[in-house]
Design a binder for this molecule. Sequence first.
Ligand code: HEM
Ligand SMILES: *[C@@H]1O[C@H](CO)[C@@H](O)[C@H](O)[C@H]1NC(C)=O
Ligand SMILES: *[C@@H]1O[C@H](CO)[C@@H](O)[C@H](O)[C@H]1NC(C)=O
Length: 519
Amino acid sequence: MIDYTLVDWGFVLAALGALLLIAYRRPRKGLPLPPGPKGLPLIGNALDIPMTNGRTVFREMSAKYGDVMYLNALGQPMIVLGSHEAAVDLLEKRGSNYSDRMSFVMSELCDMNWVLTMQHYGPYWRKHRRALHEFLNPTVLDNYRADSRRDAHRFILNLMEEPHRLLHHSRGVFGAMIMRISYGIELTERNWKYVDIAEAGIHAFTHALVPGKYLVESFPVLRRLPAWAPGAGFKREARAWRKDVRRALEEAWDETMEKHARGAAPRSLATVLHERAALLPDPAENAAEEEVAKNASAVTYAAGADTTISTVQWFFFAMAAHPEAQARAQAELDAVVGPGRLPEVEDQAELPYVNALLKECLRFRSVVPLGIPHRSLEDDEYRGYLIPKGSMIIANIWCVAFSRDPEVYPDPEAFRPERFLKNGRLNPEVRDPAAIAFGYGRRVCPGKAFAERSLFSIVSTALHTLSISARIGEDGKPVPMAGEMTEGVLSYPEPFDCVIKPRSSATERLVRASCGAHA
Ligand code: HEM
Ligand SMILES: *[C@@H]1O[C@H](CO)[C@@H](O)[C@H](O)[C@H]1NC(C)=O
Ligand SMILES: *[C@@H]1O[C@H](CO)[C@@H](O)[C@H](O)[C@H]1NC(C)=O
């Protein structure tokens, strides 16, 4: 939604701001800036920067100007990367200069700066990363295995019983896994509010931080507008979001600390970090570490409980739209796992097609289509161009994974797991979409291993036990499935219909037996 009253304000201020900037801008080091649309006097590329559908607009612009493109967003230098190579060269190989984040006025107004994703590169950020790594690295994931397996089976049983509540149960399964890791809280229908809280927090994040959406980011002076003033819609939005963000930070933490004080809290990220902080003799250090514990627990839970579900939704979408891929995966599962049991983590290496199918789910739609922008810390030279210090660096993940490079992913629009296989095995020469979908360099998603592991467990179990198909319309034909993505920093499928049934009474019995339910 564009706030039109803001626009006239914006133009007056833009003119003033741009005049200052023009006086300010001198060529540095004699290097040219990367190519990009020419832009207008005074406001630069302000009108080229998409407020919606950024991934496609940027993709088209990259096709024209190249995979390292420069835009001037009302004085803010912006670099859009449209290829994996450029993203690796800058964000990974030169990570020490490309791992900062932008400051967003909206993030401050929504009181979101505690979120790791927003933190500037530095010691606080590093502490948070370390805390998350300790609980989400590939080795510790084995500790959660029995619980996660149970969650996955329960998810399938829920779907067999309530097939129309796919979204609800997808939230539930990741919510359960991540609430347990973060706080040791067992998710049930009774404390479902925690899923809603995470979702509301993520909603604020995904709508408050769209680059170019809020003029106040370019003209921080606008934040002085009183909330009732015309054009101050952003303030009213921020005020509502702030409440949601606060609840995500506090409610589960307070419950856990209250239980911990009674000696009734199971071990979790929150309790371990809290206990460790309590051992510090210096009260100031103790308080600082306690804050890290609280903030890190909340980010794991908010970021973990509501992102992975997007990929699971896309998986169900793809299976309903591509019955041939589903059938091939099921044939592989029948051969490797057989009808007598459910798939396990150990089976993963023997299931190349299922692995390929999951990779294709991560490739053909993006959870974070434009990634989370990085910020550069120094002037730099790349391919003969100047990348100015303080640039906002956007890696267009969707473009890179999808179709920028048809050499890597031929026929990119098609859902084709076979693209990852050669002679019946995973082909290591085809780029793994997980190397793109989770971002780049030092800021790469710390939940990657957890997400990949839990997605495999859910996808393989679902394929083995369920039959997923498109809804049949009144004309007797499958209802066409559009596969539109929602707008925002994080993206989900637009609501879609699919039919979910047990694959056979035998698979239903296996799932029921595993969940301890009655046949
Ligand atoms: C399919 C699921 C997921 C996808 C596709 C995904 C993708 C991403 C991407 C693209 C970034 C930005 C990386 C960059 O700046 O280059 C990111 C950051 C992050 N992700 Fe994920 N993520 C997923 C699941 C998770 C989970 C399960 C968790 C937590 C348990 C998580 C926690 C985070 C955090 C805390 C950051 C910020 C890291 C930082 O700024 O240093 N994500 N994720
Ligand atoms: C970061 O920038 C500084 C200053 O321009 C430079 O000396 C250093 O080599 C750069 N580091 C990397 C990893 O590119
Ligand atoms: C934790 O979050 C609080 C509340 O937003 C913030 O004031 C504090 O600076 C954060 N601390 C750390 C270490 O992230």
